[in-house]
Every structure is written in structure tokens, then in C-alpha cells.
Design a protein around this ligand. Structure first.
Ligand code: PLP
Ligand code: COI
Length: 341
């Protein structure tokens, strides 16, 4: 298979239409067989549930080329599980896990020419999503839905690759207590747009959100969970009901313990204690692990001892180990790597 003529090393995190996308429709209480199609456009009712009441959920995962030339995906079953949780919360039908994983395979295979080569620094990002597609005017769930998976080759999420980021403590909240912060609903991102544009205008790479109940504890950023490393090399990550259960973060905790021999703690993290940590990183599918060099809390700068030029040593070890597993350089725990071709 001949690869597309793309300058892989120059890719940022942006959308580029690829050759095929998977589509399945829910109507009269059942999913149809689904198919790969070539048309990137969607025609739906002007009154569709997604347009009126934001009834839409999504996922994000990647396909990687391994050093020995295979194409693999990382834990797609967990994306299917999280999509199920998101769908249930927004009164949407569940797309069965086995069909989800099969559709991921089909999309990656059909777009194999867009999977960036090993060592290019780029990957194929897959975006499974579902939305209410028929008309609703009263506030209620749609009765018809569309599930799709699009894919696009991407480079680093943050400009500058793995250069440490400067993030700020946000004055706005991304989630409400007992709200939807723990699912991947489009509405959680719509309400973050004002704040991310403002953060960028003020010179920050991202917003750190505090717990919406008390605003004293660290939660996550707009698009990634957070890990901290203590001065004695423990991995600490915030525990909260209103953050997204990141697949990267959950994998990293296991990697830290089983591959790197590090202690891990999932617990409440006070805003007041972040000056005591040695390293900080943002973790997610798009972010992978992006190091944080400086956290700014209303003018007060909290500088991570790891500095602003490179990733701290423990973060680097975790990064190398996780990406080593994802790219087939290191043996993976059972079931983590799904071979596509
Ligand atoms: N938190 C938020 C708000 C996100 O949007 C994402 C991205 O998916 C994550 C965390 C990281 O989750 P994952 O590691 O499953 O990609
Ligand atoms: C992902 O990491 O897959 C996300 O959905 C995060 C988003 C900021 C791109």
C-alpha cells in the first residue's frame, strides 16, 4: 500500500479529510449494518437533536505504525465502554462494543495510506461520535441517531511538541457537581471554548479547572487529565467524579507501577499543594503526555523544578514507556494492543 504524499513531520493537530469514514444509523430502535462511505458531508434535519439541544457524544483514539511495520490501535474497547457511559447519560442508544471495535478496524484499514509511518512523530487520530439526527422541538431525546468514525492524521496537540507548557488556573468551571464532567459530551467542550480562546489570548496553553463544588482542588484541563510527580518520585493524579476517566491516565498508572516501579496515588489534590510537586504533565490521547513547566494562579507563578526547557525525568520515563507500548517497542499488557494489519 502506497502512503499518501503528506509531510508527516509537519502535521499539527488539525482535520484533514481522509478517504473513508464509517457510518451507521439508528432508526426504529435498531442500528443498521453500517458501511464505509466516501462523502465527508452530512445532511440532517434543521431541527435535529444535535443542533437544538447538543445531543452528541464523542471519543478519541489513535492508530500507530509500529517499528516492524504493523498498524495497531490502543485499547479501543475502553473507548467503546466510555462511549456507552456517555450515551446512557444523554439518553442515546449504545453502539455495541464488538461492533465499535470492528468499525475502528474497518476505518483504519480503509485509510491505511493515511496512517503516518513509524518515527514520523505523527499518528492517525480516530474520532468516533454519535448525534441525535431527527427533529425534536420540545426538550426530549431524538428518536434517530447516527454513529460515525472519521479519522485524520495528526501531529502534536500542543504547538512546540514536547516543550513544557504554561497553564493557568481557570476562573470558570468546566463541569458542575453531579453534572456531565465525567462523560465525553460535546457540550463540555462548547462551554470551554470561550475560556480556551481567552487563555490563548492571555499567553497560556491551557486552563486547569478546579473542582466546581469548592474550587480548592485540581481537576483537569479542557482536553486532558493531569499527573503530578512528587519530589520522591510518586505519581499523583486527581480523583474526582467530575473529571473525564482518561484512558491514557488509567493506563499510565498501571505503567508507572508495573513497568517503572513507581508508587501511584489517585487522590484529591489541593490547589494549595501544587508548589510542592517536582513535575507535572497533561495526559490524554491527543496530548499523550505534555509536560507543564509553569502553572499561573492569578499572577502567582508556580514553576515546576523540572523547568521550561524539557520534560522532567519521571515524566519522560512514563512517556517513553507508554509510547513504547503503543508503538510496539515494548511488550504490552494483555489486550492493550489491537492489531489492525
Ligand atoms: N480529559 C478531557 C476533558 C479530554 O477531552 C480528554 C481527551 O479525550 C482526556 C481527559 C483524556 O482522555 P483519554 O486519555 O481517554 O484520551
Ligand atoms: C482526545 O485526546 O482524544 C480528545 O478528545 C481531546 C481533545 C482536546 C482533542
Amino acid at each position: 500500500m502506497e502512503k499518501k504524499d503528506i509531510n508527516w513531520g509537519e502535521l499539527g493537530f488539525a482535520y484533514m479529510p481522509t478517504d473513508y469514514r464509517f457510518v451507521s444509523n439508528w432508526k426504529n430502535g435498531a442500528w443498521d449494518d453500517g458501511a464505509l462511505i466516501t462523502d465527508p458531508n452530512i445532511v440532517i434535519s434543521e431541527c435535529a437533536g444535535v443542533l437544538q439541544y447538543a445531543q452528541t457524544v464523542f471519543e478519541g483514539l489513535k492508530a500507530y505504525t509500529t517499528e516492524d511495520g504493523r498498524i495497531v490501535c490502543f485499547r479501543p474497547d475502553l473507548n467503546a465502554d466510555r462511549l456507552e457511559a456517555s450515551c446512557k447519560r444523554l439518553q442515546m442508544p449504545v453502539f455495541p462494543k464488538d461492533r465499535f471495535v470492528e468499525a475502528v478496524r474497518e476505518v483504519v484499514k480503509a485509510n491505511a495510506a493515511f496512517v503516518p509511518p513509524f518515527g514520523s512523530g505523527a499518528t492517525l487520530y480516530l474520532r468516533p461520535y454519535m448525534f441525535g439526527s431527527d427533529a425534536v422541538i420540545g426538550v426530549k431525546p431524538a428518536t434517530e441517531y447516527q454513529f460515525r468514525i472519521l479519522c485524520t492524521p495528526v501531529g502534536p496537540y500542543f504547538k512546540g511538541g514536547v516543550k513544557p507548557l504554561t497553564v493557568r488556573i481557570s476562573d470558570l468551571d468546566r463541569a458542575a457537581p453531579r453534572g456531565t464532567g465525567n462523560i465525553k459530551a460535546g457540550l463540555n467542550y462548547a462551554m470551554s471554548l470561550y475560556n480556551i480562546v481567552d487563555a490563548h489570548n492571555c499567553g497560556f496553553d491551557e486552563n486547569i479547572y478546579l473542582d466546581p463544588g469548592t474550587r480548592t482542588k485540581i481537576e483537569e484541563t479542557g482536553g486532558a487529565n493531569i499527573i503530578f510527580i512528587t519530589k520522591d518520585n510518586k505519581v499523583v493524579t486527581p480523583k474526582s467524579d467530575s473529571i473525564l476517566p482518561s484512558i491514557t491516565r488509567r493506563s499510565l498508572l498501571q505503567v508507572a507501577q508495573e513497568y517503572c516501579g513507581l508508587e501511584v496515588e489517585e487522590r484529591e489534590v489541593e490547589l494549595a499543594e501544587i508548589g510542592e510537586f517536582a513535575e507535572c504533565g497533561l495526559c490524554g490521547t491527543a496530548a499523550v503526555i505534555s509536560p507543564v513547566g509553569k502553572i499561573v494562579d492569578h499572577g502567582k507563578e508556580i514553576c515546576m523544578p523540572a523547568g521550561m526547557t524539557e520534560m522532567g525525568p519521571v515524566t519522560k520515563k512514563l512517556y517513553d514507556t507508554l509510547t513504547g507500548i503503543q508503538m510496539g517497542r515494548l511488550p504490552a499488557p494483555e489486550g492493550w494492543i489491537v492489531e489492525i494489519m
